[in-house]
Design a protein around this ligand. Structure first.
Ligand code: KG4
Ligand code: ZN
Length: 344
């Protein structure tokens, strides 16, 4: 049994966790920077990086203390090395390097997206490779065939905004608060999802790619029309996202040869309407459905520790001069998608 210290600092959560190779989360600590970014309605990279510096060392100490362990008891240190806001990524990665060097332990440079992608396996030992993964977060919206640790085949991606980005922009437009996803979900609960006609971009097209920019513009027009309640716009928006995710995922199921399960992960996977709709889609295709518990969907260090444990078991450690990467696709061979404002 191996014990891995995981560190996460790629966006606006600073986190540390101790995770074992047999799926026990011994301790996990998280400090959110929400309050610091709230006045700006989005994450400010410079503020984020400084805030990670302020709290990371103390979080690591608290995590070790809660587990009753010292650095000597740890088998390896796993830190997010990208993709993300580079200032924040460097804080966590350099901290991981320093601890690894000081304690004479191996370093594992974890791809944050791999943290999300493997998190459902931390939550449930029944989930085996290969599986079809809908990875939906603030920066990414992809369908991936997860064939193994470090083995990803991207079947689709967004040609403009990520799903979480659409939630965040909608929340901002409707003045629902920050962070946007949970605020839109809460407002949608008291709204009518059929009240506002909104588009379902790319639904029905052959390639299972996503697009959310047009949906955001439609939300803006609906707001400016001045006739709809914000709750109705929020509910209609959420339903449009659900319909897009379900249609695109359904199409990808037919291309995900050999997939043994349908899995959703990433911050947007915390959305109950999305979970319920995907579960139904999986059932109607005879696939088991896996979604991590809510705290494992949004950014955390347990998923980084777990990805570290999976890599450590395969002997995949990294040298101390490993670099921090603002961009780091899971499938480097995936083709660039034709469309406006293409993102990696
Ligand atoms: O995975 P994550 O914590 O950070 C990234 O790696 O991006 O995802 C954050 C995203 C944000 O856009 C946030 O608004 C969204 O996930 N999110 C949600 C919900 N909770 C978080 N979106 C919809 N419904 C939610 N309940
Ligand atoms: Zn994330």
């Amino acid at each position: 049994m191996a014990i891995i210290l995981g560190l996460e600092s790629s966006c606006d959560e600073t986190a540390a966790a101790l995770v074992t190779s047999d799926r026990v989360v011994l301790a996990h600590k998280l400090a959110t920077q929400e309050a610091a970014h709230r006045p700006f309605g989005g994450v400010v990279p410079e503020i984020a990086a400084r805030a990670h510096v302020d709290v990371l060392a103390a979080l690591i100490e608290q995590t070790l203390e809660e587990a009753g362990l010292t650095l000597n008891d740890v088998d390896a240190i796993a830190a997010t090395a990208g993709p993300g806001l580079i200032g924040g990524v460097m804080v966590g990665l350099v901290t991981g390097k320093a601890l690894a060097h000081a304690a004479g332990k191996p370093l594992i440079a974890v791809n944050h997206l791999e943290g999300h992608a493997l998190s459902p396996r931390l939550a449930d030992p029944a989930l085996e490779f290969p599986y079809l993964l809908l990875l939906v977060s603030g920066g990414h919206c992809q369908l991936l065939l997860v064939e193994g640790v470090g083995q990803y085949r991207r079947l689709a991606t967004t040609i403009d905004d990520a799903a979480g980005e659409a939630f965040d922009k909608t929340a901002k437009l409707l003045k629902l608060g920050f962070p946007g996803g949970p605020a839109v979900e809460a407002a949608a609960r008291s709204g009518n999802a059929k009240a506002v006609p909104l588009p379902r971009p790319l639904v029905g097209t052959a390639e299972p790619h996503f697009s959310f920019a047009g949906l955001k513009s439609a939300v803006l027009r609906a707001r400016d029309a001045g006739i709809h309640k914000p709750e109705d716009i929020a509910a209609s928006f959420q339903q449009a996202v659900v319909d897009c995710l379900v249609d695109r995922t359904k199409r990808a199921i037919h291309r995900a040869h050999g997939a043994t399960a349908l899995v959703v992960a990433g911050g947007v996977a915390a959305n109950q309407a999305i979970r319920t709709a995907l579960e139904a889609l999986a059932a109607s295709n005879g696939l088991p459905f896996f979604a991590p518990p809510l705290w494992l969907c949004t950014d955390n260090a347990a998923m980084i520790g777990w990805a570290g444990a999976e890599r450590f078991a395969l002997g995949l450690t990294d040298p101390l001069d490993v670099i921090a990467r603002p961009r780091w696709p899971l499938d480097p061979d995936a083709e660039t998608v034709r469309g406006a404002g293409v993102k990696a």
